[in-house]
Design a protein around this ligand. Sequence first.
Ligand SMILES: O=C(O)[C@H](O)[C@@H](O)[C@H](O)[C@H](O)COP(=O)(O)O
Length: 265
Amino acid sequence: MGGPPNLYSFQDVDKDLAPNLRKYVLEQQNEALARHGVFRVAVSGGSLPKTLAKALLAPSNGSKDDTPEFSKWEVFYADERCVPLDHEDSNHNLVKQDLLDRIPQELGQPKVYPIDEQYLDDPKECADQYEKTLVSIFAARDSVKLPLFDLLLLGCGPDGHTCSLFPDHPLLREQDAWVLSISDSPKPPPKRITLSLPVVLHAAKIGFVATGGGKKDILKKIFETEQGGNLPSGLVNRGAGEKVSWFCDASATEGVNFPRRGSVM
Ligand SMILES: O=C(O)[C@H](O)[C@@H](O)[C@H](O)[C@H](O)COP(=O)(O)O
C-alpha cells in the first residue's frame, strides 16, 4: 500500500483549495480517460458539492489538462439519503443544483446514477438495487470482486464518519456487499444507503474535502491518535494510505500535527 495519506491545508477555500482540488480531480480524470476512456467518480453530500462546484465550474485555461470532459464522466453517489430526488435532503439534489445544472453546455453532461425512487421506503432494497446498477456497469459481480471507482470524493463528519459509515456501527464490519443500507443514521435523515468500506478502500484515489473550524478537533483525532484510526475516516486513511488526499482549509487543520502536511500540491 505504500506511504501515508496526503494532507493539504490551504489558506482560503475559493482562492487556493478550489483550484488545487480542480487540478487533482482533472488529473484523476485524465488518468482514467487514458486507462479506459471513462471517468467513474462517486461523490458524497454535505458541504462537498458546493466546494466541488467552485473547483470545476471555474474557467479553464484552455489546456487539455485543465478541461473537464464531463461527457466522459459517470457520476455515482458514495452515499445517499432515502428521500425523493428533488427533496432538500437528497445528495443528488444538492449535486444537481450546485454542479450538474450549472455546467456550461459546451462542456457536456456527465451520465449520472441516482438511487431508484421506487425503493425509498425500503433502504435494504434501495441498496441492493444500487448495487445491481454498479454490477451492470463495473462488470459481473462474480468476475469483479469489487468495483473500481477512479475517484471517490468524500466528506468527514465531526464524529469522524464518512459516506454513511458511522463510528462503531456494525456496517463497518461488512466485507461482502458493495452497497449497504442504514436505517438508524445518527445524522438525519435516518434512512440511507452507502458504499461499503471495502469498496471505498478499493478506489483508485480517494479525496476528502474538510473545511471550517468545526473539523479541527476531529482532524486532530484522526491524524494524531491511535483511537482516531478506528473512526471511519481514520480507517480509510489506514486502509488506503497514499491513495488518500485530504483537501482542508487552515481553520480545519489549525493545530493538526502531521508529518506529510503540505500547503501546496
Ligand atoms: O449524506 C451525508 O450526510 C454525507 O455524505 C456525509 O458523509 C458528509 O459528507 C459528511 O457528513 C460531511 O459533511 P459536511 O461536509 O457538510 O461537514
